[in-house]
Design a protein around this ligand. Structure first.
Ligand code: ZN
Length: 442
């Protein structure tokens, strides 16, 4: 039985809009929420009492979102089917005292967030985005999406050894963007952002700001078979998970889904969990290593009249697909990859395996994802690291260990991971989304 929902290149077009609208994790969850609202989901507050009802709901907390759809006939012990992802990407973030400069150049003081390819931030026109916290306790999303800043690379005439010894960037000295001329104190950054957003001077008392490339995502290649853009790691998965959840909820609501004909004991509750702070270890109130997902799932069980026993039964039957980017084989560095595992662009989603639990996948998890791909008519590839290379990790093992939930690490193979502009196959985003639909349908 194949899935009724089929995404195509229109999904990749929409991913490009999603990326452009989401220069920070706060914007990413707002973009996801906007799409879920259109699909009939409604926000619930963590501070309210939750009542049991069917339909789509979501919780926003900072740069994280958890959304779920309770179908007709769901019992308190009905298990969940979760797509996990992360909303954050490596970048440059604004320090508490941002206004700096030297020799007539006005600059912004930045910290390094996560592990970016530092060179990729040089000589790009950058905007600034994030969240301003106001004196009255409210938060405002801001996005100055025009050429505002730049980290200029040193001219080769002043750095003749760059080709023989490599580019050496000091994280403190060499990455402070310039944003104009003048003395650092004049027209300070926060004052500038207040002006830009019509906020009274002095009302901003806190901020979480970061810079982003203003270059738009684009198709690339002889036949436009590739796509280049920022934050593919991991907004590609957040976007695919959002689209898949909205589609599954839509087909359930319209009755097109087989769900209505399913017996209650075969039902599952589809969930999207997109966390912040994966790039620095996930340990935060909005990270995968925090209580957010467990709290939301538990409260959903209790809101349907469930007991701790029901919670244990629901969690024991739950499966999570942790979706994140992986490495496509790089034609110029093929020796860095395992010689027999060469994920290719547009070859379909990848199953990520590491026997030392850097990824949570095991054989039975592989079977779950293989079944979803088969149902969706989507090819499946496998990724494993070259034994001589350290293996990356993601939210999968954390989710499995923290909640005792069976978890499978999957994703899309890209090039230039952690660059300010990454590259993937233009078909892979919708192939992933089709597989996620099949998985969420249970
Ligand atoms: Zn990632």
């Amino acid at each position: 039985m194949t899935s009724p929902v089929r995404f195509d290149r229109g999904h990749t077009d929409d991913l490009m809009s999603f990326l452009t609208a989401s220069p920070s994790p706060y914007h990413a969850v707002a973009s996801a929420a906007e799409r879920l609202e259109k699909a009939g989901f409604r926000q619930v507050s963590e501070t309210d009492a939750w009542e049991g009802s069917t339909g789509g709901k979501y919780v926003l907390r900072g740069g994280a979102i958890v959304a779920w759809y309770v179908p007709e006939g769901a019992a308190p012990h009905t298990p969940f089917r979760i797509v996990g992802a992360h909303t954050d990407s490596p970048n440059l973030r604004v320090k508490p005292l941002p206004d700096t400069g030297a020799h007539g150049w006005r600059q912004i003081a930045v910290e390094i967030y996560g592990g970016p390819l530092l060179n990729s931030w040089l000589d790009r026109d950058l905007g600034i985005a994030g969240r301003l916290s106001l004196r009255d306790g409210s938060n405002v999303l801001v996005n100055v999406d025009r050429a505002l800043l730049r980290v200029p690379q040193l001219a080769i005439h002043l750095d003749r050894s760059v080709h023989t010894e490599g580019l050496k960037l000091d994280k403190q000295k060499h990455l402070q963007p310039i944003w104009g001329l003048g003395e650092p104190g004049e027209g300070g950054l926060i004052r500038f952002l207040e002006d830009e957003n019509g906020i009274e001077p002095g009302e901003v008392t806190g901020w979480d700001l970061m810079v982003h490339s203003i270059e738009r995502p684009s198709y690339l290649g002889r036949d436009r078979e590739l796509m280049a853009g920022p934050r593919l790691d991991n907004l590609l998965s957040v976007h695919a998970g959002t689209a898949a959840l909205a589609a599954v909820a839509g087909s359930a609501t319209s009755g097109a889904d087989l769900r209505s004909a399913k017996q209650t004991d075969k039902l599952s509750i589809p969930v999207l969990a997109a966390f912040d702070h994966e790039e620095n270890g996930s340990q935060s109130d909005t990270g995968a290593d925090g209580p957010l997902l467990g709290s939301v799932l538990e409260r959903s069980v209790f809101a349907r009249g469930g007991s701790l026993e029901d919670r244990a039964r629901a969690f024991a039957g739950t499966v999570c697909l942790s979706s994140d980017t992986g490495h496509a084989v790089h034609p110029n560095y093929a020796e860095r990859h395992d010689p027999t595992h060469h994920p290719r662009a547009n070859g379909g989603p990848i199953l990520k395996v590491n026997v030392n639990n850097r990824y949570a996948t095991d054989g039975s998890g592989r079977a779950v994802f293989a079944a979803a791909c088969e149902k969706a008519g989507v090819p499946l590839q496998s990724f494993v690291s070259n034994n001589s290379m350290p293996c990356g990790t993601t939210i999968g093992p954390i989710t499995a260990a923290r909640h005792g939930i069976k978890t499978v690490d999957i994703g899309v193979a890209i090039l230039s991971m952690h660059s300010a502009r990454e590259l993937c196959g233009a078909d892979d985003p919708f192939l992933l989304a089709n597989a996620l639909v099949a998985f969420l349908e249970g």
